[in-house]
Design a protein around this ligand. Structure first.
Ligand SMILES: Cc1cc2nc3c(=O)[nH]c(=O)nc-3n(C[C@H](O)[C@H](O)[C@H](O)COP(=O)(O)OP(=O)(O)OC[C@H]3O[C@@H](n4cnc5c(N)ncnc54)[C@H](O)[C@@H]3O)c2cc1C
Length: 426
């Protein structure tokens, strides 16, 4: 088998790996880099716009973030926004969108009012909207809504919908312009990684590679390789699948999020215009935990078992996480959405919090669409890790969950680049 040698090898061509490649390409001291991707194109898994909500999260409408987290998220989003605005052409890569968080009922309205006071300093353009103002921007949120139910919204008008798959391609194309010593390998699946005295040997189904420093940016697949090398043994994986329903006509003018549960690491159900099809609104994501590493690929079941292990502490952790009353309710609701007929009916019922007149016939399930949010579980502490999940090793980093998702790509890349510099200078 032919061996190819690189100073740095990035495994995984999703948004995390692509943003890292772009960031590293700006450093003249890096000699050469390989990016290895098992599929035939960049961003085809969770970074694909079919599989995520296409939101650039700034932290203003995500009510599970406290002020400190929102500051961090805001600065990460700003890095991406600045990059997007400097591109010579847009080419369907992003669109400007208004983004809203909607509170329904007295309790939520009081919470959102308080939040506005706490957050308006950080987000000076955030507007507080009463019923009539909401109606002007998003008529469907008010049409048919009970007049006695109080509503309130916060809205930022200068937000972004992003096709992260196209962004992957843009990052890699820019990286190749910045540095000539970059090689991209598609259809190359990493099978095994071995530590050597000078770095790592990476065995794939086509070639063998050697690298001084390795960055594993393979999302749900990263933990398996960490464990192969003796890292992250205290973790198991809880893959949370998110699917979408779409409408046959556009119902919303921008993004509308609902109040989030602070105990959950991901967004509550929301409605978004689809960057790939302006004639529809997408609603979701649902959240269902299944023992697989890729949406729609049952053959990843065995990889899941290998990465998470089926020991008692993994099972006990899942039982403990699911013993919280609010989490049980959330899990059961989402389980019901998967049932034939009744599932779609119940989902439409939930969506009436956003669009009161929505009918089950307005919705169609997007087949094969949806992705996986790989949540790490600390088996010792029996708790879900909220936020970024990264494992550091000797000249190697395993990124499992960038947080918040694709939005954090450049922030994550900057942080990993700092660590790579430490590796290089030790
Ligand atoms: C339902 C849902 C909604 C979301 N909505 C948003 C949102 O609105 N905004 C946001 O910012 N984030 C969102 N996210 C999160 C975001 O999509 C992910 O965090 C992000 O795409 C992860 O990127 P990644 O590059 O780390 O992983 P991935 O995109 O999964 O990329 C990993 C890559 O590694 C490759 N790979 C895997 N195994 C191997 C191997 N053995 N050899 C070689 N290559 C391999 C894969 O083929 C893949 O291309 C959402 C996620 C989901 C599931």
């Amino acid at each position: 088998m032919n061996t190819k040698k690189y100073q740095i090898l990035i495994a995984g061509g999703g948004i995390t790996g692509s943003a890292l490649l772009y960031t590293l390409s700006q450093l003249p001291e890096i000699k050469n880099i390989a990016l290895i991707e098992k599929n035939s194109t960049l961003g085809s898994l969770n970074s694909s716009s079919l599989r995520n909500s296409q939101t650039l999260h700034f932290g203003d409408i995500e009510t599970n973030y406290n002020l400190e987290k929102a500051k961090l998220v805001n600065s990460g989003a700003q890095l991406v926004a600045d990059y997007l605005e400097k591109l010579p052409t847009n080419d369907g890569l992003f669109s400007h969108t208004q983004s809203m968080i909607l509170a329904v009922g007295e309790k939520e309205v009081a919470k959102l009012n308080k939040r506005f006071e706490d957050f308006k300093g950080l987000f000076p353009n955030l507007q507080k909207l009463e019923r009539a103002e909401i109606e002007k921007l998003e008529p469907k949120l008010i049409e048919g809504r009970d007049l006695d139910t109080p509503v309130l919204a916060l809205c930022s008008k200068d937000r972004y919908t992003v096709d992260y798959e196209k962004l992957c391609k843009q990052f890699v194309s820019d990286a190749q312009k910045n540095k000539s010593d970059i090689d991209i390998f598609f259809n190359t699946k990493i099978k095994q990684i071995k530590k050597t005295a000078s770095g790592y040997e990476i065995y794939t189904d086509t070639e063998k590679f050697e690298a001084e420093i390795v960055i594993i940016a393979m999302g749900a697949h990263s933990l398996l390789f960490a464990k192969q090398l003796g890292y992250g043994l205290e973790y198991s994986l809880l893959p949370v699948i998110g699917d979408y329903y779409s409408t046959t006509k556009p119902l919303l003018n921008g993004k509308v999020y609902t109040m989030q549960n602070e105990k959950l690491p991901f967004a509550a159900i929301h409605g978004d215009p689809n960057i790939l099809n302006p004639d529809e609104t997408r609603f979701g994501p649902t959240a269902l935990s299944l023992p697989i590493l890729e949406r729609g690929s049952m053959k990843t079941f065995f990889e899941f078992i290998k990465s998470t292990g089926l020991d008692w502490s993994s099972i006990a952790s899942v039982i403990k996480i699911n013993s919280d009353k609010e989490i049980i309710k959330f899990v059961l609701e989402n389980l019901i959405y998967t049932l034939p007929l009744i599932g779609r009916y119940m989902f439409a019922k939930t969506l009436r919090k956003i669009v009161p007149t929505i009918h089950v016939a307005d919705l169609q399930k997007e087949k094969g669409i949806g992705g996986i949010r790989p949540q790490l579980v600390n088996k010792k502490e029996r708790r879900l890790l909220l936020g970024a999940a990264e494992i550091l090793g000797d000249n190697i980093i395993f990124n499992v969950t960038p947080s918040p998702g694709a939005t954090a790509c450049l922030q994550t890349a900057k942080r990993m680049t700092k660590q790579i510099n430490l590796f290089l200078n030790k």
